[in-house]
Design a protein around this ligand. Structure first.
Ligand code: ADP
Length: 767
């Protein structure tokens, strides 16, 4: 019995689309297994057939596990054989079915099935859902359905909720339709529809956005392309482009000729490519051009051959410089090592000394003697690393740093490179520029010096660096470690006199086209120039004055037709104006409360007067003038000493009834340091005890609270300054006696130098 009630029908598997009850279904049937089923259904089952849905549409072979369990029951309505042997078939679909069993797969599928019916409650919830579905259909039907008109027609014919879900499901654009078939609840199917509509809308939004983006990017690139073409056309029209092509060829030639390292050459050619594609009018074009010009101008391989003969170097140094015996000796030693080893010594030369003593000209002489190019870069005022290393090219107005700029100017890879005033760099800003300089000067690192502008490493290893400094203290220690310091000190008047006649005058005569026959400066006149018109450690001002004389003489020869001019003490003022400096001449008489100290500054030695005066008051101490912190402390300490020893010093004053005023007149150069100690005490004692200090004496020395005199630095400089300002006697700390052999003989001849142990001894000698 059960066997007889069993529902059995042939079945075909459908790919790609899903049939639904209430909607006619048309397909083409081709697979043999399906054609067999079709024929059998017509023959044996009155056209009734089961349509099953294949899970993977691309699979040709049909297997049980590739078929969904829910399908539909249909009846063949129309069957047309096509020329290719396939059938076009129209089905009327009536019911959902569920496969209970597969009876056979050969020669066609036979299934044992059962009908399933939808559950439609027709309740308020379901009706509300139907209404919403119809609403979205009206609004956005086009978005989510394939055949809106057909659906509309069907809907108008009046459909139940169940029919509505089937019709809609059939025409939905969604791929995943099986869920509508498998779901029995009409309400749930309605919800599915609403969800799918929402999804579809989102997909469409995303698609729209993508389309817009694509369109925009196409628009922009087209626009740029269009504009470029147009620009090219205009340039060609104006003949500009042709010029640029010529220019590019020229530049390419220069780049190849410059023999840059491969990596840099590649880069240059790449930049050139960029340049040729950049419009002349654009700022970018100028930036690239400047960069290329710089790469081309920078020396990459060109060297000069060094003189191998040290004797020649010695001769050249002697020829250009008077005196400086020790300095020249050390330079020659340094160069000797360099010649022997064939490479730069690991330390570099540093010429230290006041301005105008020949640091620059010595470096220049070295370069000439060796046959190297010479280049000088001043580091004075450099605060920023980028001044050494340059700016990145992305900055507007970016430039290479001073080192590479110098190399460019030098034109060879082995010049003598003078780094002037390296102490001024550091004293402003001890941070980064000094670190960059370390890299420059370190032979281990400077083969790969990096400059931000160049962007590539540059080899500085063949450069002979020489630095100069006025004061060693302001060079940072790590830099100073790298240097072989050669100190140059002030010249005596005698030396200046010789330098003037042997070097400065001949040089300036030549520079001004004059001969010995046309201009003669008498010895006494030269001494007067040195004493009355200059007050300097070096000879720079002296050189300038000789130039001034030369200019005037040239004029006289040309305008007044003079044959020869002789400069004497008497006519000197006609050429140089009034005498500027007097040798303490106003101070023939000793004065009370004024004492001359000796100072040592970066400009050489100098003298400074300390003035002390007292008046009724309340025990105050007033300090005015150019006093540094150290000097202020010395003043306090000095006063304490005087108070403590007032009895021995014959000072009979109640300190609480007076104010003491100490003044240090401003000189051109600020001076500070402890060596004014003795001078301060002497001035205080003189003022407080009303005893004059003898004229034309000077003194220097640091002092302890107990009155001992401690040694000072720069004795040579100070003694030369003392002679220069016309002092006759100077008092120095006894420990500095050992430095006396540094003091030039002509200074010793003019100056009475008295060593002292303590302040008592000094005061005893003076008062
Ligand atoms: P610095 O670099 O120390 O400031 P310079 O080298 O510029 O000094 O010297 C200034 C001028 O003095 C130059 O013309 C230089 O030739 C000259 N000069 C300095 N010292 C001597 C010397 N010993 N012999 C000859 N000329 C000198």
């Amino acid at each position: 019995m059960a066997e007889e009630n069993k529902l059995i029908l042939p079945a075909i598997a459908i790919r790609g689309i899903t049939p639904f009850p209430h909607v006619d279904f048309r397909i083409e049937v081709g697979r043999e297994i399906s054609v067999n089923a079709l024929e059998e259904a017509e023959k044996m089952y009155g056209g009734n057939i089961i349509l099953l849905i294949q899970k993977e549409a691309n699979k040709e072979e049909i297997k049980q596990d590739n078929l969904y369990e829910v399908g539909v029951l249909a009846k063949i309505q129309l069957k047309l054989k096509m020329p290719n042997g396939n059938y076009k078939v129209k089905f009327k679909v009536t019911d959902r079915i569920k496969v209970k069993n597969y009876e056979s797969f050969d020669p066609y599928i036979v299934v044992n099935y059962e009908k399933i019916s939808s559950i439609s409650l027709n309740d308020e919830e379901e009706l509300a859902l139907v209404r919403r579905v119809l609403n979205v259909f009206q609004q956005d039907g086009k978005i989510f359905l394939t055949a809106v008109d057909e659906v509309s027609r069907l809907l108008q014919s009046g459909l139940t909720p169940e029919e509505t879900t089937d019709v809609m499901a059939y025409y939905l654009k969604t791929n995943d339709k099986y869920k509508y078939l498998a779901e029995v609840s009409v309400a749930v199917r309605l919800e599915y529809i609403l969800e799918d509509v929402e999804k579809e809308k989102q997909i469409i939004q995303i698609e729209n956005k993508i389309n817009q983006d694509v369109k925009k990017s196409i628009d922009e690139s087209q626009k740029e392309y269009y504009l470029r073409e147009k620009m090219r056309a205009i340039q060609t029209e104006l003949g500009d482009k042709a010029r640029q092509d010529e220019e590019v060829d020229e530049l390419r030639k220069k780049i190849l000729e410059a023999k840059m390292p491969k990596k840099i050459e590649d880069k240059a050619l790449k930049e050139l490519e960029r340049y040729s594609n950049t419009n002349n009018q654009m700022a970018e074009s100028g930036i690239i051009r400047a960069y290329l010009d710089f790469l081309i101008a920078l020396p990459w391989y060109k060297t000069t051959e060094d003189t191998k003969d040290l004797k020649e170097v010695e001769k050249a140094l002697d020829k250009n410089h008077y005196g400086l015996t020790k300095v020249k000796e050390r330079i020659l030693e340094y160069l000797a090592v360099k010649m022997m080893t064939g490479k730069n010594p690991s330390t570099i030369l540093c010429f230290a000394g006041p301005p105008g003593v020949g640091k620059t000209s010595l470096a220049k002489s070295i370069s000439e003697a060796l046959g190297r190019n010479f280049i000088k870069q001043s580091l004075g005022g450099v605060r920023d690393e980028s001044e050494i290393r340059g700016h990145r090219r992305t900055y507007v107005g970016a430039l290479p740093g001073r080192i590479l700029k110098g190399m460019k100017d030098a034109g060879t890879i082995n010049p003598v490179f003078l780094l002037d005033e390296i102490d001024k760099m550091a004293s402003d800003y001890r941070g980064d520029p000094a670190a960059a300089m370390l890299e420059v000067l370190d032979p281990e690192q400077n083969t790969n010096f990096s400059d931000n502008y160049l962007e590539e490493a540059y080899d500085l290893s063949q450069v002979m660096f020489i630095t100069t400094a006025n004061s060693l203290e302001s060079i940072p220690a790590p830099l100073r470690d790298r240097m072989e310091i050669i100190e140059l000190s002030s010249y005596t008047e005698y030396e200046k006199f010789n330098i003037a006649f042997k070097h400065l005058l001949p040089k300036e005569l030549k520079n001004h086209g004059l001969t010995n026959e046309q201009l003669e400066i008498k010895d006494e006149a030269m001494i007067k120039i040195i004493q009355g018109f200059t007050r300097e450690a070096g000879v720079r001002e002296l050189d300038r004055l000789i130039q001034a004389i030369c200019r005037k003489v040239v004029k006289e020869i040309l305008i007044d037709h003079k044959e020869k001019v002789v400069i004497t003490v008497d006519n000197l003022t006609d050429y140089l104006g009034k005498v500027r400096f007097f040798n303490n001449e106003g101070r023939e008489q000793g004065q009370i409360g004024i004492v001359t100290g000796l100072a040592y500054t970066e400009f050489g030695g100098d003298t400074l007067d300390i003035e002390v005066t007292t008046y009724p008051g309340k025990g105050g101490l007033i300090l005015t003038g150019k006093l540094g912190d150290v000097m202020k402390e010395s003043a306090q300490a000095g006063l304490s000493y005087v108070k403590a020893h007032s009895k021995e010093l014959n000072i009979d004053i109640d300190f609480s009834t007076i104010d003491i005023h100490i003044h240090v007149p401003e000189g051109a150069v600020p001076k500070d340091g402890p060596s004014a100690g003795v001078t301060l005490i002497t001035a205080l004692v003189s003022a407080l005890s009303n005893r004059p200090v003898p004229a034309n004496i000077g003194m220097t020395g640091e002092i302890t609270l107990r009155g001992s005199v401690l040694p000072i630095g720069g004795l040579r400089e100070k003694s030369i300054a003392a002679v220069r300002t016309g002092l006759k006697t100077i008092y120095i700390p006894i420990e500095n006696e050992r430095d006396l052999d540094e003091v030039p003989n002509e200074v010793k001849e003019k100056l009475n130098i008295i060593p002292i142990k303590n302040i008592d001894e000094l005061l005893h000698k003076i008062f």
